[in-house]
Every structure is written in C-alpha cells, then in structure tokens.
Design a binder for this molecule. Structure first.
Ligand code: UT7
Length: 329
C-alpha cells in the first residue's frame, strides 16, 4: 500500500453574531432562572443571528478569516465541506453558496449533516482526501443558526443553544507546518430520532399545516438520555487517546461545547483536571457543528495549544453519532 501523506492544519477562523441572548432575557420567555441555567449547564449567554443573517453568510466570514490565517487564496481550495444541520435550505448544499461567495472557483463542495459531531466528521473526510493525495487544500466549515430551529417556548432546549461558525483549512503537513493530523474516529449508534431530532420537514413528515401546528419543525430532545450518552462517549474517546499516546502527550482537550456539567462529569470520571479543557460554553452555549472549530480557533488565538503536544477534540450528538480528532500542535 502507498504510504499516506501527512496532513496539517494551516488556517483557522471563526465568526459569532453580535446579538447576545442572556439568561435574564430567557427568564422573560420561559419558566426558567439564571441560577438553574448556570448550575445545570454553565451557560450565561449565547449569540443569536440577526434577521438578515443566514448560515452560509456566517460560514463565509469564518472561511475568509481561515483563508487569511492560512495565507491561501480561495482559488487554491480543492474542496469545501460545510458541516451543518441548519443550512440555508434543504438543498442546494450550503457549501455551494460558501464556495461561490468566497471565490473557490476550482473547488467541489457538499454538506455533512452530523449535527454536533459535524466538524469532526468533516475533518476526517478532509483527511481521507488529503492523505491519499486526491486533494491538497480542503476547507471545512462548521456553521449553525440553531436559533431558527429552537422552540423558544420549550425550556428544555431553548436555554442551551446559540449560533456561530468556525472554519479550518487542511493541507499537506509540509505546507501547513503545524497541526499534524494523527487520527481519531467516526462512530454511530443507529437511529435515535426519539432522543434528539427535528422531526418535521423531511420525507418522514413533510411540511404541512399539521406539522407546523404540532411544532414538528423545532428541535425535540430527551435531555437526560443525551446527557448520559455524552458523558459516556466523551470519557471513552479521551481514555482511548490517553491509552494510545499517553497522558503526558495530551496538551489540551477541546470538546464539543455541550454543557459544562457534561464536560465536568466526564473529566471527573477519568480523574483528569478541568485545566486540561478549553471551554467557551459560558459565552456561546452549544453551537452544534460550529462549537469545536470556534473553540479550536479561540484556543489557538489564546495561546492554549502547546507546541509538540496533542489537541484532542471529542464530539457527540444527534444520530446518535460521535467521534474525535487528534492533532499534534
Ligand atoms: O449537543 C447535544 C445536544 N444536547 C444537549 O446538549 C443536551 C444534554 N442534556 C443536558 O444538557 C441536560 O439534560 C439538560 C440541561 C437539558 C437538563 O438538565 P438535567 O439536569 O438533566 O435536568 P432534567 O431534564 O432532569 O430536569 C430536571 C427538572 C425538571 O423538572 P421536574 O420534572 O423535576 O419538576 C425539568 O422540567 O428541571 C426542569 N427544567 C428546567 N427548569 C428550569 C428543564 N429545563 C429547565 C429550565 N429551567 N430551562
């Protein structure tokens, strides 16, 4: 077998909308309290897209920042992958709009609908293309406007989610010079539409007066089931990385920003200190596919990644689907 081409990460960028939705504002919308939200989730505020904003527009801003960071022109991109469950429309793919508007004239593009695991899955797909020599430069965007599918009369979900976009550019390691991709995983546990889903608007329950009346185009979630699943797989993915590379090699864990209590429970079950974790959930809430690339972009900007050490990115969510990404910085 031909040897695989080492891949690195050469550009990062993110964008979050200006408008903040605070816990105090949510107190006026549903029967909740700042105390409950902070204690159960760690979230104090989240960003909400403005009326004129669409998912592609946020993805474009993140992608342009990643291109500038990579010192790469858009014509050099071979592929644009947009990871989202809140694309501009059912089709065409949001990646096509992003690719066109940033000027990625040579690139192909498609979307990945892996919910909160989207960016990790998209990065694994990018690795498949680059490491086999099919493509050289792949842009992976995670972008979500969850505020358009969250039911602001459902206190179980509306306190958790926010909007934003993050982008990464992968390329062969000799050009990237940093962020060597070491591996990771993509996994799923079969269909769990009853646990976490937007039931309406697809081929199962096409949009109708009835689907709208029953609020089926909003997210439904069995929070406790998701909580237990997330703690379990988060801990498994980190443990696997520790077993594979050794604890001393791990410089930082940048998990899907799901809920501070989930992160703390998983770290506690592994007897690992929270200092190893990067978290921005207090400011941004859960932004699904955008959460890992935004957190990675912020962590790099804050100088939190240690040279030569590993950054581990576990993600988990609807599907149920989960996976992780391991980069050496
Ligand atoms: O990326 C994956 C996406 N999914 C998630 O991130 C969700 C993961 N799950 C969670 O984060 C947690 O399960 C929640 C934060 C959603 C809920 O926390 P919990 O500690 O599991 O609470 P619970 O569902 O067991 O509910 C406890 C109580 C219930 O009241 P009763 O039945 O005990 O009277 C809920 O109705 O808390 C109530 N409750 C709330 N109270 C105030 C649920 N949501 C709220 C709220 N404010 N926003």
């Amino acid at each position: 077998m031909q040897s695989l081409i080492p891949m690195g990460l050469c550009g990062l960028g993110h964008y979050v909308p200006e408008k903040r939705l605070t816990n105090a504002e949510l107190e006026k919308m549903v029967d909740t309290s700042d105390d409950w939200i902070v204690q159960r989730t760690g979230i104090r505020e989240r960003r909400i897209a403005g009326p004129g904003e669409v998912t592609s527009k946020m993805g474009i801003l993140a992608a342009q920042r990643a291109l500038a960071d990579a010192k790469m022109s858009p014509e050099e991109l071979d592929l644009v992958i947009c990871c989202t469950v809140t694309g501009d429309q059912v089709f065409p793919a949001t990646a096509c709009r992003i690719g066109k508007d940033i000027g990625a004239k040579r690139a192909g593009g498609f979307d990945i609908a892996a919910a909160c695991s989207g960016f990790v899955f998209g990065s694994q797909v990018a690795a498949g293309f680059i490491r086999t020599g099919v493509y050289k430069n792949v842009l992976v965007v995670g972008a979500e406007i969850l505020s358009r599918i969250v039911d602001y009369s459902d206190r179980n979900t509306c306190v958790l989610f926010g909007d934003g976009a993050g982008a990464a550019i992968y390329t062969p390691l000799d050009r990237a010079g940093r962020g060597e991709f070491l591996g990771g995983s993509i996994q799923m546990e079969g269909a769990s539409e009853d646990v976490l889903a937007v039931p309406g608007g697809g081929s199962r329950f096409p949009a109708s007066h009835e689907s709208v009346d029953q609020r089926m185009h909003f997210m439904k979630m069995g929070g406790t089931k998701v909580f237990r699943f997330a703690v379990r797989v988060f801990a498994e993915l980190v443990q696997r990385t520790v077993d594979q590379y050794g604890l001393d090699e791990i410089g930082i864990i940048i998990p899907h920003q799901v809920n501070q209590r989930i992160i703390e429970s998983a770290m506690d079950s592994l007897s690992l200190p929270m200092e190893m974790v990067f978290s921005n959930i207090e400011r941004l809430g859960n932004t699904s596919a955008a959460s890992v690339p935004i957190a990675l972009s912020e962590a790099v900007a804050a100088g939190r990644l240690k040279k030569g050490k590993l950054a581990v990115m576990p993600a988990f969510g609807a599907g149920l689907a989960w996976g992780h990404l391991v980069l050496r910085w």
